[in-house]
Design a protein. Structure first.
Length: 257
């Protein structure tokens, strides 16, 4: 993993995404947000469904084109250098699917070849990831026969196969049981110690409290606050992240009513 980059791993500057809806007109899904995320840091985007989390992450992953603003990932511009961004980025979203007729090992070999990884490195990374996510027991099973948690582990391992320095995860534990969730959360924490930059979205307060160095509260496409949890608690006068979140949202809605 190459993390010898100058500046933050992710730099977002006034990023905005608008959609045209026939009934509502122009919908501002993401409203001129700015933030940084550093190597060796875990930053959480915390907000309800529809807050703009997924849209933000998909723009950073070069899947969606911003309406305005800019961002860099691992020093590369998401619009002008999208191929270089993808080479440095591991991205997992809830809509990521698997080829049901392939086994996990076959999927890793296929995606490794797409990344032009040497065969020996593919095998080395495959063995490592099978152990890391405890997939040996179903490594030769077709993916359409796996449970939701098993599929998510395969998806995450596929994302990490080329050992990217920047990892973006869109609600990685949504719908998973507690054991599968713990496996993924343990990985996120371990990745920080390896110097990776981890940006992930969630609406689970406990996940944010356990993992995050900093938390961005996002609501209606705007980042209401971004700081460490103790700093957010101090600035709002609230003792829990849940109360911090509701305080900031209520404050926002009062100002915009």
């Amino acid at each position: 993993m190459d993390v010898n980059q100058i500046g933050p791993a992710i730099h977002v500057d006034q990023l905005e995404k608008n959609y045209l809806d026939k009934a509502r007109g122009v919908v501002r899904a993401v409203r001129s947000i700015s933030f940084d995320c550093n190597y060796g840091e875990i930053v959480g985007l915390l907000g309800p469904n529809g807050a703009g989390k997924t849209t933000t992450l998909r723009m950073l992953a070069t899947i969606l084109k911003p309406t305005s603003g800019t961002a860099t990932v691992a020093g590369y511009d998401i619009q002008e250098q999208s191929l270089q961004v993808r080479k440095k980025l591991g991205f997992l979203t809830g809509s990521t699917g698997l080829y049901g007729r392939l086994t996990p090992i076959e999927i890793f070999r296929f995606f490794g070849s797409l990344h032009r990884m040497p065969p020996g490195l593919i095998e080395e990374r495959t063995k490592y990831l099978l152990r890391l996510f405890e997939m040996e027991s179903f490594q030769d099973s077709h993916c359409d026969r796996l449970s939701t948690g098993q599929k998510q582990r395969v998806n995450l391992a596929r994302t990490l196969l080329p050992d990217p320095p920047v990892v973006i995860l869109d609600e990685p534990t949504a719908g998973l049981d507690i054991i599968s969730s713990k496996t993924i959360l343990d990985f996120i924490h371990a990745s920080k110690t390896e110097g990776k930059c981890i940006l992930f979205s969630t609406h689970y307060m406990t996940e944010a409290e356990i993992l995050c160095d900093r938390v961005a509260i996002i609501h209606e496409g705007e980042i209401l606050a971004l700081d460490t949890i103790p700093a957010l608690q101090a600035s709002t006068g609230k003792t829990s992240l849940v109360n911090v979140f509701f305080h900031l949202v209520q404050q926002y809605e009062t100002q915009h009513s």
